[in-house]
Design a protein around this ligand. Structure first.
Ligand code: G6P
Length: 507
């Protein structure tokens, strides 16, 4: 019997919450003043702004890690949130967060762009930390509550939580891609991960293709028979009666908080800042912009290579154009991220060294995070947005750029390997591995007649404006409540999934 199977039910808490979100990070960031005192600030991002009103309406709590190792914080309230911090030790940060989440699952789920590492010690930590999150959720949720678990760091939580609290309704959303069977199969703990996910009533994915990949994997390794996205799951219980439930897998492409971006785009101060940026750059004809976490999935190297070649070919000059590349620091203690930083900074240094003049720089490389106002000012200043990810669950930057362009000007070069490409079909779609194709797309974006640009942007804006992140969360939560309790309780006549093939899978 595996560790999670031995987990016993948890008593329903007296002051439980009706709606509980569980994610690796809490939706707040901490600002520490010089005197050591700290204050919390709501984290930027669509998920947090979409769920804030739901939290306020439905008596909600949010469970997550507060970002510092070896620190235990009591639950606390901040704006509309009741926050329940989960403690992670320094070793768990290394093995669960940096290790299994970001050096095993992240590269595996992103087409093995970097080689995933498989270490049993990391897996044990991942399982232990998932158990802690599940237990915290079980101790926080009211009778019959809805619990929504977020993302790849917590894939074991749904099944663990179902064992601890069979009365709650469980949703899971995977923000990143779900890989094809051929890649997922590499994971030594593939069966345990699928077991974990299928504990949910509803599993959401970004693209229909991700939901299909998941269903194929669950069929292959758990014997789950999906019909129209639904499968019946069952499990033995201590009382010998067994339990069944249905799990449904479907795509729910995430979006952005359109209103807050449009509000900033309308703000005269933000608009003035956009003009100032252009002036400070010497009023170039074309401002190209890239905005990414410094992550190897984002195709920053490919973008810079293409841009460097265009400068070399004389198609672009430092006088007429500039590329602003915002690369916000991310996961800096993980090897592949360190290596990427060296590579990117080496490339930028070489290109700038070769092409800069005293007054003009080819690439403004900014290794910082910026406040959201500044990001929107950059979106307003940029004539061409470059999104060249090699694989990306969605890519919200592409949607943010579109939402900010209220006058329908501007062009978006968008990798076909992003979830966003399935919705923003009027972008200039590229295969970022094809450097010549990417160069052509960059020039096409720059030289596109204004009428064509406006037509494309208008169509993309229609898509983004009618599908914002509030719609996304409502659609998911509505479906979750309609899928809740699809089967359940003692096993009756519901078909058991076929026996999973035996093999060397370790749980
Ligand atoms: C991606 C993941 C999120 C994650 C974010 C930032 O968007 O899907 O779950 O929070 O990257 O990464 P970090 O490791 O800093 O939380």
């Amino acid at each position: 019997m595996s560790a999670e199977q031995s987990m016993e039910e948890v008593a329903v808490p007296r002051d439980g919450y009706d709606f509980v979100v569980v994610s690796n990070r809490l939706p707040v960031d901490r600002d520490v003043a010089e005197d050591g005192s700290s204050t919390w600030r709501r984290s930027p991002g669509g998920l947090v702004s979409a769920l804030a009103p739901v939290m306020a309406q439905r008596d909600g709590a949010w469970i997550g890690w507060h970002g510092a190792p070896d620190e235990t914080l009591e639950p606390f309230d901040h704006d509309v949130f009741h926050l329940v911090p989960v403690t992670l030790s320094e070793l768990e940060v290394t093995r669960y967060y940096e290790g299994f989440s970001n050096a095993t699952l992240w590269p595996l789920y992103h087409d093995v762009i970097a080689p995933p590492e498989f270490h049993r010690t990391w897996w044990y930590a991942y399982r232990r930390v998932n158990e802690r999150f599940a237990r915290t959720a079980a101790e926080t949720a009211a009778q019959g509550a809805t619990v929504w678990v977020q993302d790849y760091q917590l894939q074991l939580v749904p099944r663990m939580l179902r064992r601890l609290r069979p009365d709650v309704t469980i949703g899971f959303f995977n923000h990143i891609p779900f890989p094809p069977t051929e890649i997922f199969s590499q994971l030594p703990w593939r069966r345990a991960v699928l077991d974990g996910l299928t504990g949910a009533d509803l599993i959401g994915f970004q693209r229909p293709g991700d939901a299909q990949n998941f269903q194929r994997c669950a069929r292959k390794y758990l014997g789950a028979q999906f019909t129209k996205g639904t499968a019946v799951m069952s499990e033995d219980t201590a009382d010998g009666q067994g339990t069944t439930w249905t799990v449904h897998a479907e795509s729910y492409p995430i979006s952005i908080d359109v209103d807050s971006i449009q509000e900033l785009a309308d703000d005269p101060q933000v608009q003035a800042r956009a003009r100032e940026i252009r002036e400070e750059l010497g009023n170039p004809e074309t401002i190209f912009l890239g905005v990414d976490r410094l992550d190897y999935t984002k195709g920053i190297r490919h973008r810079i290579k293409a841009y460097g070649e265009l400068l070399h070919d004389g198609e672009i000059t430092v006088e007429d154009s500039v590329l602003i590349q915002v690369a916000s620091p991310s996961r800096e203690r993980v090897d592949s991220y360190r290596q990427l930083r060296e590579l990117v900074e080496g490339m930028v240094g070489r290109i700038n060294g070769q092409h800069d003049t005293i007054s003009h720089t080819a690439i403004r490389y900014l290794h910082h995070g910026y406040p959201f106002e500044e990001m929107v000012a950059l979106y307003l200043a940029a004539d061409v947005m470059l999104v060249t990810a090699l694989r990306d669950g969605m890519n919200l930057v592409a949607k943010e750029y579109v939402a900010a362009r209220r006058d329908r000007s501007g062009a978006l070069v968008l990798s076909e390997f992003t979830g966003a490409a399935e919705q923003l079909k009027q972008a200039i779609l590229v295969n970022p591995h094809d450097i010549d194709g990417l160069k052509e797309a960059i020039l096409h974006a720059r030289d596109m007649p204004a009428t064509e640009a406006r037509k494309r942007m208008a169509s993309m804006r229609r898509q983004v404006l009618t599908h914002d992140v509030v719609d996304w969360s409502q659609r998911f939560l509505d479906d979750l409540s309609s899928h809740a309790g699809g089967a359940g309780g003692p096993e009756h006549d519901a078909a058991r999934p076929g026996d999973a093939p035996s093999g060397a899978d370790r749980g």
